[in-house]
Design a protein around this ligand. Structure first.
Ligand SMILES: [Zn+2]
Length: 421
């Protein structure tokens, strides 16, 4: 050992002693738990609702009808009574800031037509017999966006070795374009809520980073921002277009159903096939607790939308089932986010953003299973005129069959209008 190396030994010794001390140091006391954030009072991207808008419905609905619709259609448990206190003559509705709004009931037998931009079958003027949809304003909402957005929306799959990309947003638009002239031939004025595979909203995921960060869901910010874009902002933009500009008598929401397909690049094909229609209702306890959803629920209820919606949906389902023989898709009652409607196995009430925000009857179609062996073969066969043998049966193209079934259901429903004298 040379005299010059001694200080180095001392340094090393002191460093080792310090490391040992650090290692054995007692753990710092745990931080106090972060305060639990208060539950949100509004849904994603929702504005504070205009409670005064409900004053338009003062004394229009009877107490009996109000209770029937709340208990049997719009909610799934009695917990809504925490937010709406029903007395003999009025309901006290809790608003956003904890104040309450008083909604008076109409005396029995004195209910009146609530203000609304749409018309019921009975309110439409008489129509020529060959034009049962004469003067009817219809908005077609092709579900999802499709095109270059299909993968982001997770409504896309492709079988290994196939060139076909199955995208729900492309297929619903294809059906919408076949359906429009059919409804026009029956006398309707038809507007497509979107007529290309591009979003209606001008908002994009990169503009929603702050909102995604604020949602505290533990998911990746990028994924959340995307979902807020294609699901929330997009549907809110469509609803604004429908309610402020188109103001239709009804909206047709077109979708294709699917079973879980797993990896979109190696999707599972299933033997299943089913069909159902979704009506607005079945709000969960958590949804009723959100101020905007409570307000939207009451707007749907007080406008009398459900009664028209259930009659339209029954006619729409009957036509579909008659032509295709598809069995019903049955929801589990354990899920507690749905209600069966009128004991019809094809009609289910659920609270979706699209059927909640449109302030008119919404006829929401969920036919076919995109990843069923049979329907996949039909999608692969593409669109064609007449009938062809596909998956062992002579049949029309899946897109034309869809459009014909929708047109038939509406034609039959509106044929009940009084004829022109
Ligand atoms: Zn869909």
């Amino acid at each position: 050992m040379t005299p010059r190396s001694a200080p180095l030994w001392i340094v090393l010794f002191l460093a080792a002693a310090a490391a040992l001390w650090w290692w054995q140091k007692p753990a710092p006391p745990p931080l106090p738990p972060a305060p639990t954030p208060p539950p949100p009072t509004l849904s994603d991207l929702a504005g504070v609702p205009d409670w005064a808008s409900l004053n338009r419905y003062q004394s229009t609905i009877t107490r009996t009808d109000f209770l029937r619709l709340m208990d049997q259609v719009f909610t799934v448990s009695p917990a809504w009574r925490d937010w709406i206190e029903v007395g003999t003559e009025d309901a006290k509705i809790r608003t956003t800031d904890g104040e309450s709004l008083r909604l008076r009931f109409a005396p029995d037998g004195l209910a009146s037509t609530p203000p609304r931009y749409w018309r019921t079958l009975a309110e439409l003027p008489p129509a020529p017999p060959d034009r049962p949809l004469d003067g009817l304003k219809i908005a077609i909402d092709p579900g999802h966006i499709g095109g270059r957005w299909g993968k982001m929306e997770e409504r896309w799959f492709q079988l290994p070795g196939s060139n076909l990309q199955v995208q729900e947003g492309d297929m619903t638009l294809q059906v919408a374009k076949l359906l429009k002239p059919k409804l026009e031939a029956l006398g309707a004025t038809v507007t497509l809520v979107r007529d290309q595979t591009e979003p209606v909203t001008t908002i994009r995921p990169e503009m929603l980073q702050d909102e995604a960060r604020a949602s505290q869901s533990g998911e990746s910010i990028a994924k959340l921002a995307e979902r807020l874009f294609y699901r929330t902002a997009e549907i809110r933009a469509r609803a604004k277009l429908v309610n402020d500009t188109i103001k239709p008598d009804l909206v047709l929401c077109l979708h294709f159903n699917a079973n879980e397909w797993g990896d979109p690049k190696a999707p599972t094909l299933v033997p299943a096939n089913h069909f159902h229609m979704i009506l607005n209702g079945g709000y969960t306890d958590d949804e009723v607790a959100l101020a905007d959803q409570r307000h939207d629920l009451l707007t749907k209820l007080l406008q009398g939308i459900h009664d028209e919606e259930r009659k339209l949906a029954a006619s729409a389902a009957a036509a579909f089932v008659e032509k295709t023989g598809m069995p019903p898709y049955l929801y589990s009652p354990d899920k507690r986010n749905n209600r069966n409607v009128d004991a019809n196995p094809y009609l289910w009430a659920r609270n979706l953003l699209a059927n909640r925000l449109y302030e008119c009857p919404v006829v929401y179609y969920e036919p076919y299973v995109m990843n069923s062996t049979e329907d996949y073969a039909r999608i692969e066969a593409g669109d064609y005129e007449g009938e062809r043998e596909v998956a062992g049966k002579m049949r029309p193209s899946i897109f034309r069959e869809y459009a014909s079934c929708v047109a038939l259901g509406l034609e039959r429903y509106f044929r009940e209008r009084s004829p022109v004298r």
